[in-house]
Structures are given as structure tokens and as C-alpha cells.
Design a protein around this ligand. Sequence first.
Ligand SMILES: Nc1ncnc2c1ncn2[C@@H]1O[C@H](COP(=O)(O)OP(=O)(O)OP(=O)(O)O)[C@@H](O)[C@H]1O
Ligand SMILES: [Mg+2]
Length: 374
Amino acid sequence: MNIKDMLMSDETIFRDEQVFNPNYLPDTLLYRDTEVQTLVSLLRPGLRGGKPHNTLVIGPPGTGKTTTVHFLFSEIAKASDRMATVHINCKLSNTKFAVISEIHKALFGHRPPETGVPYTRVYTKIMTHLERKDMSLVVALDDIDYLLEQKYANDIMYDILRAYEQFPKARTGVIAMLSREDFKAVLATKLYSVFMPQEVSFAPYSLQEVYEILLARSKAGFFPGVISPELVEHVASLTAAHGDLRVGITLLSSSGILAESNARRFITREDIDTAYEKKARFVALREKTAALLPLERAILRELARDPDVRSGPLRERMGDAANKKSFSQAMAKLESYGLIDSSTIVVGRGRSRIFTLTFPAEDVLAVLPDAVTR
Ligand SMILES: Nc1ncnc2c1ncn2[C@@H]1O[C@H](COP(=O)(O)OP(=O)(O)OP(=O)(O)O)[C@@H](O)[C@H]1O
Ligand SMILES: [Mg+2]
């Protein structure tokens, strides 16, 4: 087949490629009934003239937190017009204006203009609307760790949760969503004055659950016969080792693409193993490193090459790219993203900081292949 024929060919093993998209919302949410019920009971007061409870949804990456909250919000929208729900991805929207503008969009269908409209006016418009319509508001701050990096985190929380001080009939609640256990303390310290949440924790899925979820996903995404149940089991066991369902979903789609590129109508075990080595096992690391600046990438790479390096020499190796301030900011960001851990050791009569990567050095080198800036 020539390239044109290949590009135009309708032959595909994918029934629906969207099914493997990171933002795809599955038709049925499996194994999260208990969590959904707890969340419903925490939000329900908001449907009945009261205030929704503040909630912290916590659990490791890829355990369905985002999916569950999306599910719940779409059910709420179908069931009632007395509660407005807004889902905010704090990785993308982490300033006061970005957050308020997402809320505006959820209520009025569009964002406020970026320029010329003061924050307070948008805020007042939102709260007045809620009062007038007698609606409650639930804001889900997803991946709130990215918001906590910003100095406005407390202001944002305050503005949402203490709206009633200025708008007595405004009934508002926040669902904070977090995958990192170590950030719970940061959350409690930074936001303690306004946010004291009920906790709903999401445990990793069992191997059997991972298998059932991936089987359902492959039935929705592939034509029949493309992948055998035994191979889905293989995908599930590779996935369960990471605890992150995204590994399995990436594995399914990349091994499908491999099979297609070899002009096969079915996936083989080798496709899966190749996809795993090349791509799927790096899913979490790739996601975390995507938002890094060149200096941060360079530091991470140098740490992967030389794990014993101390902070002084590490900074020197970054050359002109790093002064004292930018270096320590970069280290703080890497630590807050969960890419490194730091500890202080005693050397002679002084102290020195050492850093350890939280991912295997070889994986870091594989996802950050760019040259170190020296
Ligand atoms: N119970 C489930 N049923 C079907 N699919 C699920 C389920 N839980 C998770 N998934 C799928 O797994 C993937 C990861 O789920 P999700 O994004 O909700 O995880 P998360 O807990 O929010 O992870 P993170 O902490 O990294 O944000 C998504 O593609 C989602 O569709
Ligand atoms: Mg999520």
C-alpha cells in the first residue's frame, strides 16, 4: 500500500479511538459506588437549601478521582437546577482570575473578557446570581497541589467559601482533589482558616477491578476479536503494578496502534510488551515533567546521571542558567511535583542538602532526553 492509500484506508481495529483519550468519560463508572454515595451525602444539603459540605477527595494517581467527580457532576446537572457545579483543573487554572473565570463560564456559558473587567465585578456577578436563583455552588479544585504553589491559594479558597459574609444567601462548598498524601499537611497549614474538609479516600483498584475496567474499555474502543481476554489480563497485571489505570489505558491504545502499523487486525503479547517499554510505563513521569521549565528539566536530568551530587555542586553544574534564587525555586518546584525528595545531612561541622529522585534514574533519562545546559 502506498502512503496515500494507507492514510485514506478505513481499515482500523479501533471502534472508537476517543475511548482511550485521557478526558474520556466512560459510560459506566465501576467500583466506585461507596465513594459516590459518600460524596452524594456530603453534597446533598446543597440541593435542599443548605450548604454543601467541604470535601477532600484523596487517593493515588489514576484511581478515578477526576472521573468520579465528573460523573457525579453530570448526574447533579441532570437531577437538579438548584446546584451549580464547576470542575477546575488547577494545573491549567491556577490564578484567582482563571478560577473565577471558570466559575463564570459554568454559570453563564462563557468566560468573562480577559481585560477590562475587574475581578471583584465578576465575583459579585457570580454571587448575586447564586443568591437570586437560590442555587448553591460546588467548586471542585482538581489537583489542588498545583494551586497551593501559588500565593493566592488561600484567597481563592476564602473568596469561594466565605462568600456568605458579603452575600448572606450564597451557599458554597469546595471539593479539593489531591493525589499526594504528603500535601495533606500543606493543605491543612495553608488553608486551615477556611477549609476543614471531610475526607473521602480513593483506594487503588484491585487486580480484578483493573481487569474489569480495562476489559470494558477495550470492548468500547476496539472491534471484537482485536484483543483477547488473556491479553487484557496481561495489560491489567502490568497496570496493577503501577496502581495507575492510565498505564493500562495507554497500553491498550499504543498496542493497538502498533498492531495497525504492522497491518495486523489483532493485538499480540509482543505489541503490549513493546508499548509498555516504549511508552506506557512512563505515563506518570511524563505527565509530571510536561510542565517543567528548561532549568528544572536540566536539574532533574543531572540528578539522574549523578544521584550522589549535593546541592552546591549541582547548582554549579547548571552554570549561568541558575542563580541562588532560581535554583532554589526550581528545587522547590521539583519537590512539590513529587519528582524529588530532599533531606539534610551533616557533613563535618556543617550541613548539606541531598536530593533523591522519586522515579528510577533510567526512566527520567528516557523521558528527558534533551541536553543539559551547562
Ligand atoms: N471506575 C472506573 N471505571 C472506568 N474507568 C475508570 C475508572 N476509574 C478510572 N478510570 C479511568 O482511568 C483513568 C484515570 O482516572 P482519573 O483521571 O479519574 O484518575 P485520578 O484519580 O483523577 O488520577 P490523578 O490523581 O492522576 O488525577 C481515566 O481514563 C478514567 O477514565
Ligand atoms: Mg485527576
